[in-house]
Design a protein around this ligand. Structure first.
Ligand code: MRU
Length: 350
């Protein structure tokens, strides 16, 4: 199973997800600006993976701050954190990871800056390992929802590539297979960046997990046909009431799943839940460059001068969601209290 990012010799190394499945190319980030660019340009993507990248970016930034003066150090660190946070607005794991790093640094205020930097490196590496462990727990909690001989529809890529490893939605798939269940995945291709056709198909195929790609506009047809037993997707941000921001197209799948009585699940770590957002209406939606729609691999596919709309995410109202699968267990309706219960439970464990 792949892990898309590592900390190596005080550099951040990541697989270039723009190039998959054609090329397995690893890029080295030597400073936080490189990491920021990789986040913005989707070299690394997926909410938990972006969080790990940002945490590592901050550690990299700290390494390059050339001062012994703690006030200057903390001021520059904050600027680095703000810069990294500004790269993508929807995935809350980005902000969550940076806040965690800021808190870690502040807890050591007064210590030599080398020690603070070392602690930020250790924290970032720990976040990578933790994320994989969390995904395994998400998988274990989701297994009960997967019948034997199931066909699972997923949208975008919420797999190993989108996380530290193992995946959230695809973590549920992996756990079901490890539990001896027969599972096949249908991957929506996920226009325009093709996370499903390129990334979900690539990582499942690599792990010999049965997968077939369908175009986004086929999902309704197959949900109606009875082929699909359940839908599992990831999330970029979940509001306190259970509304979910995820890759554009998720909402349509959720409505079609409900219409056809196919259970629709969201698998995500608690770090993706933003309880400060009362509902999905408060979640910012990223608008990406028109070029990702007007061009395919450098070639223009729309008439020159014709505009496009390009929201990268949509909001699925919680009424379409059967359960949110987290490392602390399942949240079900009413989601607001269900989500709060999970946070209380996790506080007791740690
Ligand atoms: O634009 P992306 O590729 O970063 O969007 C990714 C998604 O929408 C994923 O479904 C989400 O981040 C969950 S990843 C475990």
């Amino acid at each position: 199973m792949i892990s898309p990012i590592k900390w190596e010799d005080n550099q951040v190394v990541m697989i270039d997800q723009r190039k998959l499945p054609w090329e397995e190319k690893w890029l080295t980030c030597r400073n936080y600006q490189d990491v920021a660019r990789c986040i913005k340009e989707l070299v690394i993507r997926g909410a938990p993976a972006i969080g790990v990248a940002a945490a590592m970016g901050m550690a990299l930034g700290a390494l390059k701050i050339n001062t012994n003066n703690p006030d200057i150090f903390y001021e520059r660190l904050k600027k680095i954190s703000d810069f990294l946070a500004s790269q993508r607005p929807t995935a809350v794991n980005l902000i969550w990871a940076l806040k965690r790093q800021e808190k870690r640094a502040l807890s050591l205020y007064g210590q030599p800056v080398e020690e603070v930097t070392e602690a930020l490196i250790t924290e970032a590496r720990a976040m990578l390992e933790e994320d994989i462990a969390i995904n395994r727990r998400i998988g274990a909690n989701g297994v009960q929802l997967v019948p034997n001989k199931a066909t699972i529809l997923t949208h975008c890529n919420a797999g190993a590539l989108a996380t530290g490893g193992y995946g959230t939605a695809l973590g549920v798939v992996r756990a079901a297979i490890e539990a001896g269940k027969k599972v096949e995945v249908l991957a929506d291709e996920t226009r325009p960046f093709l996370q499903g056709a390129r990334l979900t198909a690539w990582e499942l195929n690599k792990d010999r997990i049965p997968v077939k790609v369908i175009t986004d506009n086929m999902a309704g047809h197959f949900l109606k046909s009875g082929l699909i037993d359940l839908v599992v997707v990831g999330a970029d941000r979940i509001a306190a009431n259970g509304d979910v921001a995820n890759k554009i197209g998720t909402y349509s799948v959720a409505v079609l799943a409900k219409e056809n009585r196919v259970p629709f699940y969201v698998a995500a770590p608690l770090s993706t839940i933003d309880r400060s957002a009362y509902s999905g209406a408060e979640i910012p939606i990223e608008e990406r460059t028109p070029k990702e729609i007007t061009h395919i691999r450098g070639r223009q596919i729309t008439p020159s001068g014709v505009g496009v709309l390009h929201p990268a995410f949509d909001i699925t109202p919680s009424k379409y969601i059967k359960a949110i699968i987290t490392e602390a267990g399942l949240a079900q309706k009413p989601f607001r209290s269900g989500i709060n219960r999970l946070f209380k439970k996790i506080n007791k464990i740690f």
